[in-house]
Design a protein around this ligand. Structure first.
Ligand code: FES
Ligand code: FES
Length: 163
């Protein structure tokens, strides 16, 4: 069954006709060609496909495209503003949290959602928040450091920024 959806992706309004069974991940990668969002497991285990949906980090491989109707989606391509990487992206680079990079967009998206909550987290809390993400390369320590760095100077109630 074909369905029409209207949604916003990285600030741009989009109207698409999709198959009712298509996942948001398929739409993002195959129709919109935003291939920064990765497909790892395809079954909700690895976190590589994570995107922001109305500000919440969600596995797009488990999310039907029809559910995206009327929603605001942000992929890793939408985090930089005016050509400048976000605070989270910069922290991943400065802390050496990227090796092959396959997992990185998912981690960065989840870290961006954490940043928007506007407060710092302990190591344990960061580990809990990242529990849905797998990385085969880094051993996680630098990723945890990067996430903590990206949350530095965030004050409760102010919301995050992308500077
Ligand atoms: S591809 Fe979605 S969680 Fe692995
Ligand atoms: S950097 Fe390679 S899987 Fe994480």
């Amino acid at each position: 069954m074909i369905k029409k959806i209207n949604f916003t992706v990285n600030g741009k309004k989009r109207e698409l006709e999709i198959n009712a069974g298509e996942t948001l991940l398929e739409i993002i990668r195959k129709r919109l060609h935003l291939t920064g969002t990765k497909e790892g497991c395809g079954v909700g285990e690895c976190g590589a496909c994570t995107v922001l949906i109305d500000g919440t980090a969600i596995n797009s491989c488990l999310y039907l495209g029809v559910w995206a109707d009327g929603r605001e989606i942000v992929t890793v391509e939408g985090l930089a503003k005016d050509g400048e990487l976000s605070k989270v992206q910069k922290a991943f680079i400065s802390e050496g949290a990227v090796q092959c990079g396959f997992c990185t967009p998912g981690f960065v998206i989840t870290a961006s959602a954490l940043q928007s909550r506007g407060h710092s987290l302990t190591d344990i809390e960061v580990k809990e928040e990242l529990a849905g993400h797998f990385c085969r390369c880094t051993g996680y320590q630098n990723i945890i450091k990067a996430v903590k760095k990206s949350l530095e100077n965030e004050t409760a109630g102010t919301g995050g920024d992308h500077t």
